[in-house]
Every structure is written in C-alpha cells, then in structure tokens.
Design a protein around this ligand. Structure first.
Ligand SMILES: NC(=O)c1ccc[n+]([C@@H]2O[C@H](COP(=O)([O-])OP(=O)(O)OC[C@H]3O[C@@H](n4cnc5c(N)ncnc54)[C@H](O)[C@@H]3O)[C@@H](O)[C@H]2O)c1
Ligand SMILES: [Zn+2]
Ligand SMILES: [Zn+2]
Length: 371
C-alpha cells in the first residue's frame, strides 16, 4: 500500500538536480511496482546493489520547476520547467549515440538502486536508504535526480499536460506512430483505453488512420476513447473481430496496439488474429517481469508475414517526444486535459490507485501545493 512518510532528501550532488514537483501522473506501472510485477530475480537485485525493491518512493510521470542544481549540471538551470523521463538519456552510450535514447543503457538502473551519478543514496527514511521508481519518485513534493532523467520544456507549456505526456501519453502515441508506423488510411485497433491507450488512439488519429477501434471491457473507457478519435469500439478483441472485418473487407487491422493494464500471454493470439497479413502488433503494456508463456499461432505469424514489436517509451527519445507532444497539446491537436478524471493530493495516492484498479479513472493526477 502507498503511504505518506516524511523522508529526508539530500541536496543534489554532481550532475544532479532538485525539482519542485507541480504534478505527477498516476500510471499503471506504479501499480505493477506495488504488486511486485517489476521485481527482478535476486541476482539482478544484487547486481543493482540492493536486496529489495522496497521501500520505494513511487511515481515516474511528472513535471515541475528546477529549484537547485548540483555541480557540473549543464542541461538545466534553476527556474527551468522540466518533465521527467522514466528512462534517463546519458547521450553517449551506443543507443543514445545512435538516436535511440529510449534504449539508453542507464535504463537498467531505473528498476531500483542508488543514484546513477555516483552510486550513493540521496533518499533516506529513518536511517534506511530509499529506492525511487525509475530513478525519480514523483509522488513526492521534491525530486532529486540525475539531469539525464529530465527534459527541459517551454516555460509556457502546461505543467499538468507535461506530467501526463511524460510517460503514458508519449508511450501510447509512439506505440502507434513510431513503432506501429500507422499510415494514412490504415485501420488500427487499440486494446486497453487508459492513459497509454488514450495516447495510442490519438497517435493513430494524427497519423491518419481511417478507422480506430477502441477495445476495453469498460464502457466509460470506450466512450472516452471515442471522444478523442476512436471511430468504433468493442468490449473485447473477440467482439472487435466482426467490426474490423466489416471495415476492411475481411483483411483485418494494419496495426494492433496492446495497452491493457497488465499484458498476459493469452492476449497475443487474439491480437495476431485481428491483425491483417503484414500486420504490426505493438506490445506496449507490461507483463510481470518473469513471464515467459505466450499463446501464439506460429504458423500464422510466419505465413501472414506479421511483426510483433515491443516498445519502451513509444520507441522515441523523451527529449524529442515530450516537447513535440506538448506543442501538439498547446495547438489543441492532442487532448490531455480531457483524460484527467480526477486530481488527488499526495495523501490520496492510494485512493487514486484504488480508483485505477476499479477502472474509475482514465488518468488520475497528483497535484502538489495548495488546491
Ligand atoms: N512500454 C512502456 O514503455 C510503458 C510505459 C507506460 C506504461 N506501460 C504499461 O502500459 C499498460 C497500460 O498502462 P495505463 O497506465 O494506460 O493503464 P490503465 O490501468 O490506465 O489502463 C488500462 C486499461 O486496460 C483495460 N483492460 C484491461 N484488460 C483488458 C483487456 N483484456 N483488453 C482490453 N482492455 C483491457 C482497462 O479497463 C483499462 O481501461 C500498463 O501495463 C503499463 O504498465 C508501458
Ligand atoms: Zn508510466
Ligand atoms: Zn545512453
């Protein structure tokens, strides 16, 4: 359970930045963290320098204002507005150097463990060191993180929108546009219409999809998806089959984006079945860390020339995507405010996750400071 505690956060050391948080989005990945789905095996924990993922400061979506910088910080200054990035970008590893900052080698450090900068701890609770979700911990009024985990944004940009774009919206958007490569006139299925799925629906819309079928067991989520660009909806992938068949003369969907709260191996078979020949199936939602079983018709995947594609952060660099999506938002082309079902204060984070589990929120957001 999420609990509010008074903790100690040291001042930023070299390459580190202190941020006063304005908003933190409530993504399903923190629920995965709490449930233990992100807990790696003991040998990986040992490699990361810890014996447990817990205690941990949750939260990895957010935006705020820089209030202090440590020595050698070059990317941001006091007063800058920033969004967080749940994958840090070092800028120099093989992946960053080849333009794929969402795959930065520092990504492994985001499970748990000490600061990236020097391997020591900045967060403490009653003498114990504290992990932070994704090297961030945005469910706190203050964050001290490495500058690689921050994206400088336009000071005029909406900080609440930036918080939601910083993970869920950007991930779903990129899953459709960058990874799924949706092209004008294509038919797209988005399975799971929470925060991430809402990004995927809108990515598909802006990429020119002619039909977007929103799949979610909850009526409220389907209605929300229709408001932001979905053209059809269904409660399950099975129920969506006749809809998609009718739209495509039986050829089926060009792109299927999987964004349910939890991915299970059973979802791959219906996802591939609703995809066309040459279809792209984008695996976006998280499954538990150690899950290996998948149901798949291997004959069909090969003979239908299909692609099953993973994605992290929508397969694009946060430093490119967050400002880009914020501009779309400020021009009224990307709906973010409409996705916020409720604002919570810090003391109500658990209530927010109860609401997420009960399917009451498209997105909940923590608002810091006086309400
Ligand atoms: N790949 C990445 O980089 C990345 C980034 C962010 C989040 N995620 C993951 O994406 C997933 C979605 O996150 P979210 O915050 O949008 O979650 P959410 O809880 O807000 O939304 C999930 C939605 O899926 C629906 N759903 C549940 N089972 C379904 C099914 N079988 N078919 C269709 N819909 C179903 C739920 O009703 C809900 O509306 C999570 O697993 C999250 O951890 C991945
Ligand atoms: Zn997230
Ligand atoms: Zn890197």
């Amino acid at each position: 359970m999420w609990k509010v505690e008074e903790i100690e956060i040291d001042p930023p050391a070299a390459r580190e930045v202190q941020v006063q948080m304005a908003y933190a989005g409530m993504c399903h990945s923190d629920e995965h963290l709490r449930e233990g789905n992100l807990t790696p095996p003991p040998e990986v924990l040992e490699m990361l320098g810890v014996s447990s993922m817990f205690p941990v400061v949750g939260g990895h979506e957010g935006a705020g204002v820089v209030t202090a910088v440590g020595p050698e910080v070059t990317q941001v200054a006091v007063g800058d507005h920033v969004a967080v990035a749940f994958i840090p970008a070092c800028g120099t590893c093989f992946w960053c150097a080849s333009g794929r900052q969402n795959l930065c080698d520092l990504g492994i450090t985001t499970l748990c463990g000490p600061m990236i900068s020097d391997g020591t701890w900045r967060y403490h609770l009653e003498g114990r060191n504290l992990n932070r979700m994704c090297q961030l911990g945005t469910f706190a009024e203050w964050v001290v993180c490495h500058e690689a985990s921050l994206v400088k944004i336009d000071p005029a940009a909406d900080l609440r929108a930036a918080a939601l774009i910083s993970c869920g919206i950007a991930t779903g958007f990129g899953a459709a546009v960058e990874r799924g490569r949706v092209r004008p006139g294509e038919v797209v299925v988005v399975a799971g219409c929470g925060g991430v799925g809402s990004g995927a629906v809108q990515g598909a819309r802006l990429a020119g999809a002619r039909s977007i079928v929103a799949v979610d067991p909850l009526h409220f989520k389907r209605v929300s998806a229709m408001r932001i660009g979905a053209t059809h909806s269904a409660a399950t992938l099975e129920e969506a089959v006749p809809v998609v068949a009718g739209l495509t003369e039986g050829r089926m969907a060009d792109v299927v984006v999987l964004t349910p709260g939890t991915l299970t191996g059973e979802l791959l078979l219906p996802a591939c079945s609703i995809a066309s020949k040459d279809g792209r199936i984008v695996v976006t939602a998280l499954a538990p860390f150690n899950q290996v079983d998948v149901k798949l018709n291997l004959f069909n995947v090969a003979m239908w020339n299909q692609s099953i594609l993973g994605t992290v952060f929508g397969s694009v660099s946060p430093r490119v995507q967050t400002p880009r999506l914020l501009s779309l938002h400020s021009q009224g082309l990307l709906h973010v405010d409409e996705l916020i079902t409720r604002e919570y204060d810090l003391a109500s984070v658990q209530e927010g996750y109860d609401d997420l589990r009960a399917g009451r929120n498209i997105r909940g957001v923590v608002r810091f400071g006086p309400r």
